[in-house]
Design a protein around this ligand. Structure first.
Ligand code: AQP
Length: 323
């Protein structure tokens, strides 16, 4: 049986990129008999200096979305990162196995430091991410393509620790969805679709209505041609729509191109919008039907499981370190 870990930040409303890049994969992995840890990584969100008044609401809403998306709760532990202090403890230990230059070379450090300010959290959060994965000795990490570099760092840090102290951590593998693992903004297709994007019309949120979704797709930025062809260099906007359609329908880019050969951009945009609306609607309707009390009691029970697993790893690590 494999151990799976993945996380999501409570930085705002869950969006289509989170689903197609990560959560769909979590659902699949939870339906095969893995031991899954899905974590709402609130410590990571501190890099954005979030509003404390919204934190609890965002955490709860994120957990609800995960359940509504269909994560199999029999095989999964859903919990909040800050409630398990071993994440931060292991992060400190592992920071001694990471070079400053490695962190400075991270693409997301370059992107986020200009956007969020040049504080140390932006530089060091990939070490906390490493600790998140290694604290449960995960073998598989289902994340979007934007996380490839971070996972490579995790593997390097785990190897360095193992070389010094023995075979403590498995070297984890990244699991990606079939297609559409890096969705771009509908309004700015050169930027990734994001919870905290300034232009909300570029992001499809889990609670958008059918009308809002179709409106967002109709106004999506494409190019001046009228050929539905996958070309990430010349046709970023259309390629993004092809990614979205092929990901939801489970078909290849070529099959999408064939299906829409000769169609106008306007027709294609509406069809992608309708497909997305059909995908989002049942998730949001399940979300609304969930009972808050039941969710809170599930979180409590799951927290005990996460704590016990994390404590076991930390005990082993501390023993090896002689502390
Ligand atoms: N646009 C995306 N396409 C594909 N996958 C994505 N993910 C995020 N955006 C996209 C994947 O979703 C998982 C959870 O992401 P996160 O919340 O931990 O942080 P993030 O990557 O920083 O996501 P956001 O939504 O863009 O949040 P903000 O605006 O706060 O930065 C990850 O597995 C990620 O790969």
């Amino acid at each position: 049986m494999k151990t799976v870990f993945s996380g999501i930040q409570p930085t705002g409303k869950v969006h289509l990129g989170n689903f197609l890049g990560a959560i769909n994969n979590w659902v699949d992995m939870s339906n095969i008999k893995n031991k899954n840890y899905f974590c709402v990584v609130d410590l990571h969100s501190l890099t954005t200096h979030p509003d404390p008044k919204k934190m609890e609401e965002n955490i709860l809403s994120t957990v609800r979305v995960l359940i509504a998306a269909g994560i199999n709760l029999d095989n999964s532990t859903i919990y909040t990162q800050s409630k398990v202090s071993e994440h931060a403890q292991l992060s400190w230990v592992l920071s001694n196995f990471c070079q400053i230059g490695e962190l400075q070379r991270m693409t997301q450090f370059k992107e986020k430091s200009s956007e969020l300010g040049n504080h140390a959290g932006i530089l060091t959060y990939p070490i906390l991410m490493t600790a998140d994965i290694l604290i449960h000795k995960a073998n598989e990490v289902p994340v979007g393509d934007d996380q490839t570099q971070h996972l490579e760092l995790t593997r390097n840090i785990a190897e360095r620790f193992n070389n010094k102290y023995g075979n403590v951590f498995p070297i984890p593998e990244k699991t990606s969805g079939k297609v559409g693992t890096r969705l771009m903004s509908l309004r700015h297709p050169e930027n990734k679709m994001s919870k905290s994007a300034d232009d909300i019309n570029g992001t499809i949120y889990f609670d958008d209505s059918r009308d809002q979704i179709i409106k967002k797709f109709k106004s999506s930025v494409t190019d001046s041609e009228d050929e539905i062809r996958y070309d990430l260099e010349a046709k970023k906007g259309i390629s993004n729509l092809i990614d979205i359609f092929s990901s939801i329908k489970g078909i290849t880019h070529k099959e999408v191109e064939k299906k829409f050969s000769g169609s106008k951009y306007g027709e294609f945009k509406i069809e992608v919008g309708e497909t997305v609306a059909e995908y989002i609607e049942p998730i949001f309707s399940k979300y609304k039907s969930l009972n808050e009390k039941e969710i809170l009691s599930l979180l409590k029970a799951n927290l005990d499981i996460a704590k016990s697993s994390a404590k076991e790893t930390m005990k082993e690590v501390n023993g090896l370190l002689g502390i």
